[in-house]
Design a protein around this ligand. Structure first.
Ligand SMILES: O=C(O)CCC(=O)C(=O)O
Ligand SMILES: [Fe+2]
Length: 198
């Protein structure tokens, strides 16, 4: 009795040129990345459950990424078997994962508080240098204990230039990254995008 939420993993999401530009932008902003925070009970704090660095300033790539994601929303809604909803804000942030980085199992929406404009769809755009210098760091999609099926958790490789899309209420985890002595430019990068309901 377990099932996975529908999800979609698209390879070669942007052109090779744009992919390289976005990665170069993130690498260049190394000093602006800050320790990632988690939100609980209305406050945000650094926690052992989320070890990574985050950058909120996406520069000129904010609009470009939002547009790339927007175009795909109808397809996402179909693939994820969601009901249609009015599209609100699309949040965009960079995350960088070096040696020991992880994010324990969580969901991306708030469940304990009533939110008017919740996150509905999570879309993660992955970037890394080639050849890949880190190991681990797969995104694990967890199952929930319902239905007749006996599905297993699914590990998804954070391939450069791929976009993973899943419902924000689906439990997921970033498995530990192994990258001792690996330079920042060769870390596991992601652009986290959250599509909110209006
Ligand atoms: O980097 C990833 O694969 C996902 C990150 C994540 O789950 C989050 O930031 O909420
Ligand atoms: Fe998440």
């Amino acid at each position: 009795m377990a099932r996975l939420f529908p999800h979609m993993h698209l390879q070669n999401f942007f052109s090779d040129e744009l992919n390289a530009e976005i990665l170069a932008y993130a690498v260049d902003k190394q000093l602006d990345f800050k320790p990632s925070v988690v939100y609980s009970k209305g406050t945000q704090h650094v926690s052992d459950s989320r070890i990574s660095l985050t950058l909120h300033d996406c520069g000129i790539y904010k609009n470009i990424i939002q547009e790339g994601i927007s175009k795909l929303i109808p397809e996402m809604i179909t693939a994820l078997k969601l009901s249609r909803f009015n599209i609100g804000e699309i949040e965009v942030q960079f995350a960088a994962h070096g040696d020991g980085a992880l994010f324990t199992a969580h969901i991306d929406t708030a469940v304990h508080e009533k939110t008017e404009n919740p996150r509905v769809i999570s879309a993660v755009y992955y970037l890394h240098s080639i050849p890949r210098k880190f190991e681990g760091g797969n995104l694990r999609l967890h199952t929930i204990p319902i239905g007749e099926e006996d599905e297993k958790p699914k590990d998804i490789s954070p391939d450069n230039n791929s976009l993973l899309v899943f419902p924000s209420f689906a439990p997921h985890e970033v498995l530990p990254v192994i990258a001792p002595g690996v330079d920042f430019k060769d870390w596991r990068f992601a652009v986290n995008c959250w599509i909110h309901k209006a």
